[in-house]
Design a protein around this ligand. Sequence first.
Ligand SMILES: [Cu+2]
Length: 309
Amino acid sequence: MFNGASNLAEGVDKTFVFIFIIAFIFIIGLTVFMIYTLVKYSRKKNQKAKQFRGSVKLEILWTVIPLVLVILMFYYGWVGFAPMRQVPDDAMRITAIGRMWEWEFDYGDGKLSSELVLPVNKPVRLDLVSEDVNHSLFIPAFRVKEDVVPGYDNYLWFTPYYIGDYEILCTEYCGLLHSSMVSKTKVVEEDKFEEWLANLEARGDIPDPPGLVLLKETGCLACHSDDGSRLVGPSFKGIYGMERIVVSDGEERTITIDDDYLRSSIIEPDRDLVKGYNKGLMQSYRKELNDDEIDQIIEYLSTFTPEGN
Ligand SMILES: [Cu+2]
């Protein structure tokens, strides 16, 4: 009955099934009892009300039974939970990075992957790091879920039992595209894993260009995607040199996106607003960014040509 996809699944499932059975017995029992009393003590039967004054037997019964049940629930819960915090010494360590709105897995030596590839039957420890807001890493098949909080060293571990693909979700509401913050765990044979890791290109040690660092620090990417998807504002994908219809003082006109347009959009976002987007959603970044920084951002965005990105 309990053959979950990880070593931790059995403890979680047993607790769940135990609590579910108790809840099921109670809901059926209470409903039957309620219907029985409705019929038996119906007003139509004109019975006289009786006066009661305490019942030691009942008091003991409805104290002891729930007490035993919640102690049992705690026991099963504890037995399932305790191993989750005891990481084996030989566990492989991977850093799971959460950011709005994607997961990234750092295998060390600059090797980063958007999917979590794991060897079967090997314990793995995920160190959980957030680059912005609170997230929560959830792999339902393995019955593991832990919060990913900026500035707090959290972790989780498990041993995957079966080869296959499993979903990874974010279960802490983290903004507009929270629901698309999904990834995949691929559990493979150990030799296949070694091969995959050896072929994984190291890109972590190539530093971000200064313009991208500024875009990340200033939070621009929360509203402007780099992959063409529409967020609060237009995507950066392929914008440099592109023709766009903008609304200036209520008049539509066609402009070509160049350095001047990018600069004016950072300083006065609503002046020439791309058609189809709402006024007042972007503030001026004149105070946050100095001229040099704006130039660095423009230099970075000028690589987003229609042919390039
Ligand atoms: Cu999230």
